[in-house]
Design a binder for this molecule. Structure first.
Ligand SMILES: Cc1cc2nc3c(=O)[nH]c(=O)nc-3n(C[C@H](O)[C@H](O)[C@H](O)COP(=O)(O)OP(=O)(O)OC[C@H]3O[C@@H](n4cnc5c(N)ncnc54)[C@H](O)[C@@H]3O)c2cc1C
Length: 419
C-alpha cells in the first residue's frame, strides 16, 4: 500500500481482508501476536524493517480498531508496547531492537518504568541512582519509587546517573534492566485507597549488560524525554473488550492477560472523579433540585465537553504525525480539575456517608464514591504534576523565562549530593 495515498477506509479494508485469512482462534496468544507482527499490521506506522508498513501515524489506531471489531486481539496494553517499544525503536541499537521489540509487542515481556526517585520526581533529571561501568557490564545502585507494576514486570526502562562530573542533564544514561535478578528488590506501597499498584524498587549492585544501553552513554535525558513524550500523548486507550462468549485459545489467554493487567488499574476510573455517576447520585440522594449543586454539575459537564474537544484536537495532530503541541499539558490539567470538582460534588452529595467504604445494601455505587474521594489526588500527580504542566505551558508555549536553577552549568557532583 502506498503511504502517500493510503486513506482510513483503504487501510481498514486491507486489515479486514488480512484478518479474515489470518485469524486462527486456536493459536496461543503469543503465536497469534507473532503472526500479527510479521504481517505489519501490529504497528503499521513503523518502518517495513521493523514490523511495520511505513504507513501514517494514525494507521496503528485504525488497524487495532479493525482487529478488535473483527473479534481479534491486537498488541498488549501496558508500558511495554506503549512507552518502551517506541522509545527503543527511536533510540536503540539494531541489536537491541532485535532482542527487545518482539517480546514487548507479543506480551511475552511486561515492562515497568523506573524513573522517579524519593528526591527526583518533578525534577527527574536530578536523579541519583548511579550506574558504574565495569567492562561490558554496568553496576547500578540506588532507589526508585512510585513504579507502577514493578512487582510483576520482566523488564524496566531505567534511567541512572553514569557521570557525576557532567552537568545535571548530561550525566544520565538510559538502560533496559532485567528485573529478575538478585540486585533488584521490589516492595509494594499500600495507597490510601487500599490498592497497591505501585512500588519502591531498591537496586543493589544490579547488573545491566552494556549492550542494553538505549541510545548512547550520557544521552539518557534525551531518551527519557522521548518516553515522557509518548506518556503525555493525550488520550491513550486503556480499554480491553472481549466478547464474553468468544471461543478459542487466543481470546482465553488475552482475557486472562487483560484481567491481570486491569488489576493494577481498577481504581483509575475513580481517580478521574467518576463524573458519570454524579447526576444519578444527586437524583437518588434527593438533591437534584438544589440550585447550587445543579450549577456545579453543569460546570463539570462543560469542562468535560471542552476537554473532549482538546483531546480530539490532540488526536488529530497525532494522527497527522505532528509533534506534540500544548494539548497534552492542557488536557492533563483539565483532567485534574474535573477530578477535583467531581470529588467536591461527590462529597457534597454523599455527606458524611461518603466516608463509609462498606457496601450499602440499597446503593451499590457507595463503595465507588468512597474510593473516588481518596483516589482523585493521584490524578494531578501522575505523569507530571499540575504545577509542572503549567511550567511546561509557560516556558515552551508562552515563551516565559525559565525558572532560576542553582544547579545549571556545574558538575552535578558539586550540586546534586544531599548526603
Ligand atoms: C498513580 C501514579 C503512578 C505513577 N507511576 C510511576 C511509574 O510507573 N514510574 C515512575 O518512575 N514514576 C511513577 N509515578 C511518579 C510520578 O511521576 C511522580 O509522582 C511525579 O513526577 C511527581 O513527583 P514527586 O511525587 O516526587 O513530587 P515532587 O516533585 O516532590 O513535587 C511535590 C510538589 O511540589 C511541586 N513542585 C515540584 N517542582 C515544582 C516546580 N519546579 N514548580 C512548581 N511546583 C513544583 C509539585 O507540583 C508537587 O505539588 C507515578 C505517580 C502516580 C501518582
Amino acid at each position: 500500500m502506498n503511504p502517500e495515498v493510503a486513506s482510513e477506509a483503504s487501510i481498514a479494508a486491507a486489515v479486514r481482508r488480512w484478518f479474515s485469512n489470518a485469524w486462527d482462534p486456536d493459536l496461543s496468544l503469543v503465536e497469534w501476536r507473532t503472526r500479527l507482527l510479521e504481517s505489519g499490521w501490529a504497528v503499521p506506522s513503523w518502518s517495513v524493517d521493523w514490523f511495520g508498513r511505513g504507513l501514517p501515524a494514525w494507521s496503528d489506531a485504525v488497524a487495532h480498531r479493525e482487529i478488535r471489531r473483527a473479534g481479534g486481539v491486537a498488541t498488549p496494553l501496558g508500558v511495554g508496547s506503549w512507552l518502551a517499544a517506541p522509545t527503543i525503536l527511536e533510540h536503540g541499537s539494531d541489536e537491541l531492537r532485535h532482542r527487545v521489540l518482539r517480546p514487548a509487542l507479543t506480551g511475552e515481556h511486561t515492562w515497568c518504568q523506573l524513573f522517579s526517585e524519593p528526591g527526583a520526581g518533578s525534577d527527574l533529571a536530578g536523579l541519583k541512582a548511579t550506574a558504574v561501568r565495569d567492562g561490558d557490564t554496568w553496576i547500578v545502585n540506588g532507589q526508585k519509587v512510585w513504579n507502577t507494576s514493578a512487582d510483576h514486570a520482566d523488564r524496566a526502562m531505567l534511567v541512572a546517573r553514569s557521570d557525576w562530573d557532567a552537568v545535571k542533564h548530561a550525566g544520565l544514561t538510559y538502560f533496559v534492566l532485567d528485573m529478575d535478578q538478585p540486585g533488584v528488590e521490589v516492595r509494594p506501597i499500600r495507597q490510601m485507597n487500599d490498592h497497591a499498584s505501585f512500588n519502591e524498587v531498591f537496586l543493589t549492585d544490579a547488573r545491566v549488560p552494556h549492550a542494553d544501553v538505549v541510545g548512547t552513554v550520557g544521552d539518557g535525558w534525551r531518551v527519557a524525554r522521548a518516553t515522557l513524550a509518548h506518556e503525555r500523548r493525550f488520550g491513550f486507550d486503556r480499554s480491553t473488550r472481549f466478547d464474553e462468549d468468544a471461543p478459542g485459545r487466543v481470546i482465553t489467554e488475552a482475557r486472562a492477560e487483560a484481567d491481570e493487567y486491569n488489576k493494577t488499574y481498577v481504581w483509575y476510573p475513580q481517580r478521574q472523579g467518576r463524573a458519570d455517576l454524579l447526576v444519578e447520585r444527586a437524583r437518588s440522594g434527593g438533591r437534584l433540585a438544589d440550585p447550587l449543586l445543579r450549577q456545579d454539575l453543569m460546570r463539570v459537564h462543560a469542562a468535560q465537553k471542552t476537554a473532549e474537544w482538546t483531546a480530539e484536537r490532540a488526536r488529530v495532530h497525532r494522527d497527522l504525525g505532528r509533534p506534540p503541541g500544548p494539548e497534552g499539558s492542557i488536557g492533563k490539567l483539565a483532567t485534574s480539575e474535573i477530578a477535583r470538582r467531581c470529588n467536591d460534588l461527590h462529597a457534597r452529595i454523599a455527606g458524611a456517608d461518603g466516608m463509609l467504604s462498606a457496601p450499602h445494601a440499597d446503593d451499590p455505587t457507595h463503595v465507588v464514591v468512597a474510593e473516588v474521594l481518596v483516589s482523585t489526588p493521584a490524578q494531578s500527580i501522575a505523569g507530571g504534576t499540575d504545577e509542572i504542566q503549567r511550567n511546561i505551558l509557560g516556558e515552551s508555549m508562552l515563551g516565559l523565562p525559565k525558572e532560576p536553577a542553582a544547579d545549571r552549568g556545574r558538575p552535578y557532583r558539586e550540586v546534586g549530593r544531599s548526603d
